[in-house]
Design a protein around this ligand. Structure first.
Ligand SMILES: Cc1cn([C@H]2C[C@H](O)[C@@H](COP(=O)(O)OP(=O)(O)OP(=O)(O)O)O2)c(=O)[nH]c1=O
Length: 197
């Protein structure tokens, strides 16, 4: 059996429709099996370590139920002044998050982990992108929350949606902000002999 056939299928351990759409762009067939892991983390961990640990936790949770396949887990957080912003619990928290982000620069971190279910071998990495947001009035923030777009997104915005209209600019990889850094993912897949190009 070739290395490749023991690794397939590729399994996306995510319930995020964005990640599914992005992974599709790489051209490999894959199946989706979302993981339901506890996303709490040691508060002292650096953002890089948080996204790598959570990505690996998600991938490992699905890999534990399989005898073969290559499992991909990913995690995204927004960091402002050393404070980690995950997904808002409610609209009041979304308001507080957006209010703190407007008119300022923050950093989005995304991790990617690949776990070979058969051997347990894993590779994990992260990437980060700076995002600058324009100032917004309270009325604009409330109108944005009313669209519901912020509720399931780290930092309470989606750069790929209406949130594009509040982003002034980014430095780094766009896909890191949306939730799956594609260049990094392709690079990690190569380490398992799966070549996009
Ligand atoms: C900043 C930002 C985040 N996001 C999303 C990406 C992630 O789906 C989400 C961060 O939450 P995550 O916990 O990383 O992912 P998830 O719970 O949506 O999915 P799963 O754990 O099953 O893989 O925020 C955007 O879609 N656009 C953005 O601009």
């Amino acid at each position: 059996m070739s290395i490749q056939s023991t690794l397939l299928p590729l399994i996306l351990a995510s319930g995020s429709p964005r990640r599914k759409e992005l992974l599709y762009a790489l051209g490999f067939p894959f199946v989706v099996q979302s993981s339901d892991v506890d996303e709490s983390c040691d508060a002292d961990l650096a953002p890089e370590a948080i996204v790598e640990e959570l990505s690996l936790r998600k991938a490992n949770a699905v890999a534990a139920e399989k005898t073969s396949g290559l499992v991909l887990g990913s995690d995204t957080i927004v960091v402002l002044d050393n404070q980690v912003l995950g997904k808002p619990q409610d609209e009041a928290e979304a308001f507080r998050m957006l209010k703190s982000l407007t008119g300022r620069e923050h950093v989005v971190f995304s991790g990617v982990a690949l776990v070979d279910a058969a051997s347990g071998r894993h590779e994990v990495a992260h990437s980060s992108t700076k995002v600058r947001m324009r100032p917004m009035s309270d009325e604009e923030i409330l109108a944005y929350i009313a669209t519901k777009e912020p509720m399931d997104k780290a930092g309470a915005y989606a750069i790929q949606g209406i949130g594009a209209t509040i982003v002034e600019g980014i430095v780094g990889d766009y896909f890191t902000v949306v939730g799956l850094p594609l260049a990094l993912t392709a690079d990690l897949l190569k380490r398992f002999d799966l070549h996009v190009l």
